[in-house]
Write a protein that binds this ligand. Structure first.
Ligand code: GMT
Length: 387
């Protein structure tokens, strides 16, 4: 049996799908006997209760008065090097190229070549930051200096190659959900708080950034609600929230839309929905669509980025071109008014989530990458999903 590893993980701990994936991966690796050291500015929000084999090292920023901008990145790099030496880490797995992969590179320079680094690209680090000419060389350096680079969809791999002229290998490791947490929950009492039994529920969950096109969500719902008795539940908050509240008021939809704010127990909340709306402009993967899928909820949305790798059009959801709210609304009406079709989609969602994006398989893929960069022969076959 291959030896257990000591792994440092750095991510954005307080927001976003990348932080969720990094934290869940750390928890699963710890369950498999590896020692996990999170090196971040705050305790990752999905870490939850005490876990054996998981340690947290807080990055403290020096706020010396000459600094106009306190140098978080340098503090992080120093902390990475310090933890790597003290804990004798085998490798650092960083989520996001900028600044985390750059910090890992600096840490490696400080500790010597024994420390390996793995970088996972999540999307905006490439699709947004790599459009900025002034950052391109930095991102390219971070990628080239990593011992392995992974990306969460094929689309993101192509985008990375295209925007940064990267020819070196990039491993595809899809995102995953923990099947012990994400499954259809019994939520009839909760559902009754928001909708009558005769009404359907559409849901959108995001950080309300412009890239999520929440305005399209409202436009889709406006069209649907004229044909199907329904409610829209909006989960999350972010920069577009007040604009969206205003739009809902102007369209006279206030009594049909509920704002649930940020929610921790996504599996519970999402289980209330008949369909998820995800009309994003960009989405390297769309973790929320996978969370919905695992709870038996199909997605209606755009075919942006990696979404088509996750949502199979006509089987686990319906996809349209970005901004085609008319067609998205037609798809929603079709799904909400056909119980048999919704039942088929639900079964297809549950099958696909547990077979294609299962935590056991993806965790083992990451483990195989770790052993490869460390030059350790690992005689473990990648497991078959066992729903
Ligand atoms: O989408 C966001 O606004 C958050 C962002 C993040 O940093 O977590 O999400 C990105 O990473 C997720 C996890 O891999 C993906 O599921 C999201 O699709 C990706 N977002 C974009 O590409 C816009």
């Amino acid at each position: 049996m291959a030896r257990k590893l000591k792994i440092g993980i750095t991510c954005y701990p307080t927001l976003g799908g990348s932080g969720v994936v990094a934290t869940e991966l750390g928890k699963l690796l710890a369950e498999r006997g590896h020692e996990i050291h999170f090196i971040t500015h705050s305790v990752p929000f999905r870490l939850g209760k005490f876990h054996k084999n998981i340690f947290f090292h807080e990055v403290e920023v020096n706020d010396y008065y000459v600094f106009r901008y306190p140098p978080y990145d340098l503090s992080l790099a120093s902390k990475m090097a310090q933890v790597a030496k003290m804990q004798q880490l085998d490798l650092l797995h960083v989520h996001y190229a900028v600044p985390h992969a750059v910090c890992a590179y600096l840490a490696k320079q400080m500790t010597g070549d024994g420390l390996k680094t793995v970088t996972t690209l999540h999307g905006t680090d490439i699709t947004v930051l790599a459009q900025d000419e002034s950052l391109k060389d930095l991102i390219r350096l971070a990628i080239h200096q990593s011992d392995a680079v992974t990306a969460v969809s094929n689309d993101l791999i192509q985008e990375t190659r295209h925007l940064l002229d990267i020819l070196s290998p990039i491993d595809l490791t899809y995102n995953f959900v923990d099947k012990r947490v994400y499954y259809p929950r019994e939520v009839s009492a909760l559902r009754a708080d928001y909708a009558d039994p005769s009404e359907k529920i559409l849901m959108h969950i995001s950080n309300f950034r412009p890239v999520k096109r929440v305005s399209d969500v409202v436009e889709i719902f406006e069209r649907v609600s004229k044909k199907v008795p329904s409610k829209l539940l909006l989960v999350g908050e972010g920069p577009e929230l007040s604009k969206i509240q205003c739009k809902i008021r102007n369209l006279g939809l206030e009594d049909r839309v509920h704002f649930l704010g940020k929610q921790e127990d996504v599996a519970h909340v999402i289980s209330m929905a008949d369909a998820l709306l995800l009309p994003s402009e960009k989405e390297s993967f769309g973790l929320v669509a996978l969370e919905a899928m695992a709870c038996g909820v199909p997605t209606i949305g755009s075919n942006a980025g990696g979404i088509p790798e996750l949502v199979t059009h006509g089987e686990t959801g319906f996809l349209s071109d970005i901004g085609n709210v008319e067609e998205m609304a037609e798809h929603a009406v079709r799904l909400l008014t056909d119980d048999e079709l919704r039942g088929q989609f639900k079964q297809a969602c549950l099958y696909r989530a547990t077979h294609e994006f299962c935590n056991d398989v993806i965790t083992a893929q990451y483990e195989a990458i770790y052993y490869r960069v460390l030059g350790i022969e690992a005689d473990m076959p990648i497991p078959i999903c066992n729903p």
